[in-house]
Design a protein around this ligand. Structure first.
Ligand SMILES: [Zn+2]
Length: 323
């Protein structure tokens, strides 16, 4: 199996968690690696989230945002990613002097020369003000189908219950802004239940659904996609060891799954390496890996014509490996 050649779809990757170390290191007089790359196991999700301070501080100018976006797209293309949805919180990139429009100009500039289709998901943050989160939805609406494809809710799931964000998702729905929600990363039944009740068709991680038969049935019946990032789940301590990850159980129970890196730098992982781990630890086959791509295309925030183009690329690869 040639994992590098496998055409890949990446639906869950954070811009600020995927800044090249080399880029962050420029102009620093000490080695910054340990400030940004999480250890194999953090104390908890909050400890993991602390690794974002340095990259977020770096991403406060238009030049830096454009550069980092461009570099991330180059890195994805090098892995034969054929479609990516890159997510970030525009509000976090406004801690310097940028306006939300300038942040958007900068990321859109960064994808200008991309050879694949790239869209952005704008993250609302748990714990952020209602005003900021509404601004994220309005920004997504303004740029919808012009670079932005959806919104998300990210941050400390245990500290800020998903149920408290209902009115924001009601507003997003009323404005026809699609969404995915980080939910079920941490084991909180109410969090998954709330996200599903808001109408989420995709869950960021969502792995804890394996503990709740009723919710699992709902996820299966409604073909909700779980955007699973196995390495990140071990680092944030929501799964004890890689081999304990419920991914295989979720697949066998009939859940739709796609595989992502979450944060290429903070988690020190590429998509190819993530697949290699799944092959090594769970004996996943090429058929399994291809099914992740098809699931991802099906749940991508794209129109049916765009999806068809991606399905054709996967089909061409399937023909090629049969030869
Ligand atoms: Zn994430």
């Amino acid at each position: 199996m040639n994992l590098k050649e496998l055409p890949k779809v990446e639906l869950h990757v954070h811009l600020d968690g995927s800044v090249r170390i080399r880029t962050l290191q420029e102009g620093q007089d000490r080695n910054i690696r340990n400030d940004v790359v999480a250890p194999d196991q953090c104390a908890d999700l909050k400890d993991y989230l602390n690794r974002f301070s340095l990259p977020v501080a770096y991403l406060q100018t238009k030049e830096h945002i454009t550069r980092v976006t461009k570099e991330l797209i180059e890195d994805l293309e090098r892995e034969n990613v054929i479609y990516a949805e890159i997510r970030f919180s525009p509000i976090k990139l406004m801690e310097g002097n940028l306006t939300i429009d300038e942040v958007m100009e900068a990321v859109l500039e960064g994808r200008k020369n991309a050879n694949m289709t790239v869209q952005f998901i704008l993250c609302m943050m748990r714990g952020d003000s209602l005003e900021h989160n509404y601004a994220v939805i309005d920004c997504a609406k303004k740029h919808l189908d012009k670079g932005v494809c959806a919104i998300d809710l990210a941050g400390d799931e245990a500290g800020y219950p998903t149920r408290d964000y209902r009115e924001l998702f009601t507003y997003a729905k009323a404005n026809h802004v699609p969404f995915t929600i980080h939910a079920g990363e941490v084991d909180i039944e109410d969090s998954i239940e709330s996200a599903l009740s808001f109408g989420a068709k995709r869950l960021g991680h969502g792995i804890q659904v394996c503990h709740y038969p009723k919710l699992l049935d709902f996820v299966k019946q409604n073909q909700v996609l779980l955007e699973i990032c196995p390495t990140s789940n071990v680092q944030t301590h929501v799964v004890k060891r890689y081999e304990d990850h419920p991914i295989k159980r979720l697949m066998q129970s009939g859940c739709k799954i796609s595989i992502s890196t979450d944060n290429r730098t903070v988690s020190n992982i590429t998509l190819t390496e993530e697949y290699q781990k799944l092959v090594n630890v769970f004996q996943m086959t090429e058929v399994d890996l291809l099914s992740f791509q098809k699931n991802a295309i099906e749940a991508a925030f794209l129109n049916s014509l765009q999806k068809e183009t991606l399905y054709q690329k996967i089909a061409r690869y399937e023909d090629y490996i049969k030869e």
